[in-house]
Ligand binder design. Structure first.
Ligand code: COA
Length: 157
């Protein structure tokens, strides 16, 4: 059976930490759907279309990229999979992830979340940090793929 997982997030922008989770997720699942939450709450720097485009330019063909608004469980049902993929960085991620996982299970008991522990290289990484470093003119080539670095620099000009 072809096993598919949805990897949701804001991805403003995608980082090498996210890509590490996607690549390792592909060792467990046959394909991964990266789902960009439009997420007005976070006031993203990039539009959902721009975030999707940057992800498309960073992943291989076993990875589909889409966007959604509303409930994750509804998007997953539409995509015909009950498996969610999430990364876990430090203990500080645990409470939030646990809470979301319980809320999702309440909404859809068949849903399962598979957590992958981050590589220690990316333990401290998040999209806000990357944006802040880029704004301050620091070298971000270690944290994001080349296409993201280019788009981010252009956006901040
Ligand atoms: N490497 C690097 N950074 C990572 C990372 C990794 N492996 N994993 C997470 N991060 C960073 C992100 O870049 C992001 O950084 P930022 O806060 O600076 O932007 C931060 O950690 C949060 O991660 P993210 O995965 O983007 O979580 P989120 O809180 O933005 O989104 C959703 C979580 C999309 C899964 C959740 O909000 C959702 O499902 N929403 C839909 C509504 C819904 O169904 N709600 C019911 C469930 S409660």
């Amino acid at each position: 059976m072809h096993k598919v997982a949805v990897y949701p997030g804001t991805f403003d922008p995608i980082t090498n930490g996210h890509l590490d989770i996607i690549n390792r997720g592909l060792e467990i699942f046959d394909s991964v759907i990266v789902a960009v939450l439009e997420n007005a709450k976070k006031k993203p720097l990039f539009s959902a279309e721009e975030r999707v485009e940057m992800i498309r330019n960073s992943v291989d063909r076993r990875t589909e990229v889409g966007s959604f608004s509303g409930l994750l469980v509804d998007y997953m049902k539409k995509k015909n999979t009950r498996f969610e993929l999430r990364g876990m960085r430090a203990m500080s991620d645990f409470d939030y992830e646990f809470q979301m996982s319980i809320a999702n299970k309440k909404l859809w008991p068949e849903m399962e979340t598979v957590f992958i522990m981050t590589d220690q290289k990316y333990l401290y990484l998040n999209s806000s940090l990357v944006k802040e470093l880029a704004r301050l003119g620091a070298d971000i080539s270690e944290f994001v793929p080349k296409n993201v670095e280019t788009v981010l620099k252009k956006k901040l000009q």
